[in-house]
Design a binder for this molecule. Structure first.
Ligand SMILES: Cc1cc2nc3c(=O)[nH]c(=O)nc-3n(C[C@H](O)[C@H](O)[C@H](O)COP(=O)(O)O)c2cc1C
Length: 150
């Protein structure tokens, strides 16, 4: 069974809600998921999972929140399959700074997929974006899983 660790940071709930939607879709596929809210201890061991889904909001002027930077530092290594999603708000600097933290994290982890970017709440029309992106994650995970056995 494909095991996926979903890690997310959220202050006002948008990123958490997106994480839950992704989890629901992965669970429907029969994947085994574990949810981890960044900032809590202890951090689960990503090597026990086939993939990591990592979600972050973006903070002042396109920056990655401090708790997410701490998480990356504490992890101390780059798991192979990290899929990144983010929530943001174009009011804080237009397209250039929109979900910039997700872009940075995806680049840092050399993510095999482009990051999912959600404008504030994932509800309504953006639900399709979440589901389509999660389909991509499922496909990629299944291919990886077929090649790996542990
Ligand atoms: C002080 C502040 C700065 C922000 N800066 C950005 C930004 O540079 N880029 C962006 O896309 N969103 C920015 N946002 C919007 C948040 O990332 C967005 O509201 C996000 O959905 C919050 O996630 P959460 O509900 O999971 O905490 C900013 C919000 C605040 C309050």
């Amino acid at each position: 069974m494909v095991r996926v660790l979903i890690c997310y940071a959220s202050y006002s709930g948008n990123t958490e809600e997106t994480a839950k939607m992704i989890q629901t879709r992965l669970d429907m596929e029969g994947f085994e998921t574990e949810m981890y809210r960044i900032g809590k201890a202890p951090i689960p061991d990503p090597s026990m999972f086939h993939a990591v889904v990592l979600g972050s909001f973006t903070w002042g002027k396109g920056s990655t929140p401090g708790i997410v930077k701490d998480f990356v530092y504490e992890l101390g290594w780059k798991p192979p399959n990290v899929y990144v999603f983010g929530t943001g708000d174009t009011q804080f600097g237009g397209d250039e700074l929109f979900c910039k933290a997700a872009d940075k994290l995806a680049k840092f982890y050399r993510s095999p997929l482009d990051p999912l970017k959600i404008e504030q709440s994932p509800r309504g029309s953006q639900e399709n974006n979440v589901n389509n992106w999660t389909e991509g994650v499922i496909k990629h995970c299944l291919n990886f899983y077929k090649k790996q056995r542990f």
